[in-house]
Design a protein around this ligand. Structure first.
Ligand SMILES: Nc1ncnc2c1ncn2[C@@H]1O[C@H](COP(=O)(O)OP(=O)(O)O)[C@@H](O)[C@H]1O
Ligand SMILES: [Mg+2]
Length: 435
């Protein structure tokens, strides 16, 4: 029996891959890894199939041919990367394996279709419109009211998502944002289809002020269960929105948590997500409104997997593998995990900070890494790049250059620890020499 993993290179997914390898071994399953240009990932799989998974039809063709050829039947299909979710759904449908439907997978990727699905069930969300030209964008933004957000329809990692404050700025940035919003996602299987469907338009949304959170849930037999909420305590006011610092459990008041959980459940059902993990992002406005940003039909990125495991003991990777094999994951009594009175006090304060070089260039070394690793509150610190490698910084990339995961005695202590670590750890670069 084999578990088939659809994957794209992601330097922050080493822990996921090693957990998947261990899980497969524990359950007597072979792990088949399907990805483009496999390299260091090879050590995690029993069989590695090099395949370009940037097209759904080709991916389904490659996977079904592989499944037919394999002596041991493929009994589960999983992915932990955003772009592969629709292809995984299509493969699962052909192979008759548990997964979300192809419709749900599409809705969880197409940001306009997702907004339409949410508006049908009255999930609170920003005003939104499509715009294909600068004139359309100015008209849409004037109707919505500045500031607005310009956003790719098929995006991820906040890439090319930008806050625009007034019409003059819109006239300056719209054309290049629209162009980048399509040109830079050619690796995405949905790009061509969506670009044609929307005639090259992008989304304009009302800017929602406030603090941002993300909500991890597991969906078992159609029933969503929220398992953790991360706050993103650093201000995220734009114009770009790199995610840097996550802290769990949430510091939100109980009444807001209830509203967040209710909105998460409604949204998951609206998209038709019936199994697997979800990662949902909200903004909580200064007057307490819980406003939906988006739902992804996968485990959260960055170090969310490790953070939830350390904080709550819930292993999202193993749970997703269970669900993909048709097994009910063993979850502890899951109220949304936060620190406070009552049974949920067991959620341990955990933070993670994504490390970026200060400047783009060639990585020449690091400062403070050993010092940070020696701290008893630092649980994991990885730098993903070696000296000599070229690194770029947001908004041009969303992938961090490393991470540090840490604990604190109290939820409130996490911010101070993060601040200390941010000041200690430095990735040093030198400029790229002119060619
Ligand atoms: N309407 C909005 N109002 C305020 N901030 C937003 C809005 N939409 C997106 N953002 C910011 O941009 C980030 C990325 O947008 P999101 O819709 O999550 O797309 P992506 O798929 O790139 O993550 C969000 O995490 C948030 O910080
Ligand atoms: Mg997002």
């Amino acid at each position: 029996m084999s578990i088939l993993l659809l994957h794209n290179r992601n330097l922050s997914r080493r822990r996921h891959l090693s957990r998947i390898r261990d899980y497969a071994a524990q359950h007597g399953e072979r792990l088949i890894l399907v990805m483009k240009d496999p390299a260091w990932e090879r050590e995690y799989a029993d069989l590695v199939v090099a395949a370009d998974i940037s097209g759904t039809v080709a991916t389904v063709g490659a996977v079904t041919a592989l499944a037919r050829k394999e002596a041991s039947p493929v009994t589960a299909i999983v992915t932990f990367v955003e772009q592969a979710v629709p292809s995984a759904a299509a493969c699962a449908q052909v192979l008759g394996l548990p997964f979300i439907s192809t419709e749900a997978a599409y809705l969880a990727r197409d940001k306009y279709a997702m907004r339409e699905a949410f508006s049908e069930v009255r999930v609170d969300q920003p005003a939104y419109r499509l715009a294909g030209t600068t004139e359309d964008a100015c008209t849409a933004a004037a109707r919505i009211g500045y500031p607005v957000i310009v956003k790719p329809l098929i995006g991820s990692g906040s890439k090319y998502v930008q806050r625009v404050n007034d019409e003059m700025s819109m006239r300056q940035v719209f054309a290049s944002l629209r162009q980048a919003s399509w040109a830079n996602f050619s690796y995405d299987p949905l790009r061509a289809q969506a670009e044609a469907r929307y005639a090259g338009a992008v989304l304009i949304e009302g800017y929602v002020p406030g603090c941002e959170i993300s909500v991890e849930a597991l969906v078992v037999d159609g029933v969503p269960q929220v398992v953790a909420i991360h706050d993103k305590p650093l201000p995220m006011t734009g114009p770009f929105f790199a995610e840097i610092f996550f802290a769990t459990p949430t510091a939100l008041p109980e009444s807001t948590i209830s509203a967040v959980v209710a909105a998460t459940e409604t949204a998951i059902k609206a998209l038709g997500i019936t199994t697997g993990a979800t990662h949902t992002e909200f903004r909580i406005t200064p007057d307490g409104r819980v406003v939906m940003l988006e739902v992804a039909a996968r485990v959260g990125g960055a170090c969310v997997y490790q953070s939830v495991l350390l904080s709550t003991g819930i292993d999202l990777v193993a749970s997703v593998l269970d669900l993909a094999r048709g097994v009910r994951p063993a979850l502890p009594g899951t109220e949304p995990c936060r620190l406070g009175a009552g049974p949920v006090t067991t959620a341990r304060p955990v933070g993670h900070y994504l490390i970026f070089a200060d400047q783009p260039g060639i990585l020449v070394g690091t400062n403070g890494v050993d010092e940070a690793r020696a701290r008893s509150d630092v649980r994991d610190l990885e730098v993903y790049h070696q000296p000599g490698e070229l690194v770029n910084v947001p908004p041009h990339v969303s992938q961090a250059h490393g991470h540090v995961i840490f604990t604190a005695a109290s939820r409130d202590g996490l911010a101070a620890t993060c601040d200390e670590l941010a000041r200690t750890i430095r990735l040093l670069t030198k400029p790229v020499p002119p060619s």
